[in-house]
Design a protein around this ligand. Structure first.
Ligand code: PGA
Length: 257
């Protein structure tokens, strides 16, 4: 049975104190959750060190929201893969649309970052997705092909198997986001898996993100090409996250495979 990845990026929200409280409560809530669910969360840089220590010997993976493409150098304000490795971070989120939009991140830089993370044994979680104009112009496939081919170019297959990809259509993310129709998510996930096969000869786990909430997550998961959920707001509030996790647990219990 494949793993189901379920996690959240805190963006610029929780303080360390709030994060520790959140983690302690979430840890309690998930004590009995199926091993097939791989839980992860991605705090801000300042919370990573204290929270990583708490997550050791738990079932949680912990990630960073970004890192630089060089190992070291004169890059004021940046965080290196070596810093992340030193504190035993499991994964690093790369290319979230907010980083692409506000910090001009591009796929060439992401390619360097993915390679560097892999070199140091940190799992890259690469975010891809089209904006609303591209969607309306029927350019979704083109955009996704381009993002994947550049961000993952020249990476051997054995390395690619350690990469996670999150499909996050930009128009579905955040307060202003429009919830994606389940059919659209399923079709696009199947397409991305096909592109992965064609371009790399391998399928990487593919998570869906963008306004995932208690009302829609079941339908999103109801497709074999959806390997997990990358949740923002609905996971920051533990009341809604608990409902989502309990229901996933129930879905898995009914699934004998
Ligand atoms: P959201 O955020 O669930 O709040 O839309 C998703 C994301 O940005 O990854």
């Amino acid at each position: 049975m494949k793993k189901l990845w379920v996690g959240t990026n805190w963006k610029m929200t929780k303080t360390t104190e709030e994060g520790i409280q959140y983690f302690n409560e979430l840890n309690e809530l998930t004590k009995k959750i199926d091993d097939r669910i791989q839980l992860f969360f991605i705090p801000s840089f300042t919370s990573l060190y204290p929270i990583e220590k708490l997550t050791r010997n738990t079932r949680f993976n912990i990630g960073a929201q970004n890192m630089h493409w060089e190992e070291r150098g004169a890059f004021t304000g940046e965080v290196s893969v070596l810093h992340l490795k030193e504190i035993q971070v499991d994964l690093v989120e790369l290319g979230h649309s907010e980083r692409r939009q506000y910090f001009n991140e591009n796929d060439e830089q992401l390619n360097l970052k993915v390679k560097l993370a892999l070199k140091h044994g940190i799992k890259p979680l690469l975010c891809i997705g089209e904006n609303i104009i591209q969607k309306n112009n029927n350019e979704t496939e083109l955009v996704l092909r381009r993002q994947l081919s550049i961000a993952l170019q020249d990476i051997p297959k054995e390395q690619l198997q350690h990469v996670l990809v999150a499909y996050e259509p930009i128009w579905a993310i955040g307060e202003e986001g429009i919830e994606a129709a389940p059919h659209y998510v399923h079709e696009t996930h199947k397409l991305i898996k096909l592109i992965m096969q064609q371009q790399f000869g391998i399928e990487m786990p593919l998570l869906f993100g963008g306004s995932v909430n208690v009302g829609n997550f079941k339908e999103y998961l109801n497709c074999h090409a959806v390997d997990g959920l990358f949740i923002g707001r609905a996971a920051w509030d533990l009341r809604s996250f608990a409902i989502i996790l309990n229901d996933i647990q129930e879905m898995l219990s009914n699934d004998k495979n």
